[in-house]
Design a protein around this ligand. Sequence first.
Ligand SMILES: *Cc1c(COP(=O)(O)O)cnc(C)c1O
Length: 382
Amino acid sequence: MSPAVTVLRSVQGTRPRLTGPQLVVDLDAIAANTQTFARRTPGELMAVVKADGFGHGAADVARTALAHGASQLGVTAIAEGLALRAAGLSAPVLSWLNPVDADWAAAIGADLDVAVPSRDHLDALAHAAAQIGGRARVHLHLDAGMARDGASPSEWAALCRAARRAELLGQVQVVGMMGHLGCADDPAHPSNSTGRTRFAWGLMTARAAGLRPAQRHLAATSATLLDPLSHHTMSRVGAGLVGIDPTGTTELRGALTVTAPLVEVRSVLAGTPVGYGHSWTAPAATRLGLVPLGYADGLPRLASGEAWMRVRGVHAPVAGRISMDMTVVDLGSSGADVGDEVTVIGPRGSGGPTVADWAGWSGLLPHEIVTGLGGRLVRRTA
Ligand SMILES: *Cc1c(COP(=O)(O)O)cnc(C)c1O
């Protein structure tokens, strides 16, 4: 974790101020987004807080979502679930991506639900449960058509029968069944209906094997917004909670603000080349500011030619290439000076630039921008 925020005296010696790059998470925005998704599905809402809550802080996002309409939490690795338990969260947590030799005993001991995508996973999990005299809560995971994660249809019936045998031995309890859609942001894509059909077939097959998975979940953010037929008993929503709408249909609130102080300011003459490769040259005499954030902190280098930041209420274009640790901006005639706060990311309505702006500049997904932020940023909530 980053060190605590340092409090310094300002240059004037009067006003104490926070220093260094900051990532501020607006929990009210996460609460509002959670309510939006809870209204959009008649079933339960699982708040997906993998990848440290999409870079917004897993425990903070989880706590806020649970207080505003979510009833369960979802993560990929068991370790992420254990961290939520250590943070004091007692809601159901599902972990769906683990190696065969994962620490299943720790998962069972912490009362985590785990997804099972294969016979090997099931056998290892049942073995661990038998050894510690516990019973694992399982969601069987079917590949609904992405060929990414989950059991293939050809393995599904045998997996269901094996899971039923392990149930009868008291080693597991199949409480859920999950799948995931690969093209849900495009409602016209034919794979949505084939995925739904495959999921329905998987459920029939599970029931025929004697299983009664009470929680059945196929929809993530996009399908929750666009495809009511995919909703079943629960939706797993991650991106939407932090204000990312891959469907472009819904008003959500961005929750991130990233700021950093100007740490150096210099005046340069027209024709001065700036940064690695001298890819930018000052077209006129100007003042340049140095922002202590770079691609190691998650600012994509590919945005260099187009990005801007905001300081003293005006746009300051990025001048030259974003470096590993720092970025130069052209302050123009803004009058900005050392110590001024630069807005590197601001939610829509704040004057920005937004996560979506950074994604557009760099050809990345907004998901990649928010999960890439890190490095020296100190995260706090507001
Ligand atoms: C990441 C993930 C989700 C959440 O998806 P969003 O589109 O961010 O809501 C749901 N299910 C699975 C299996 C995932 O990997």
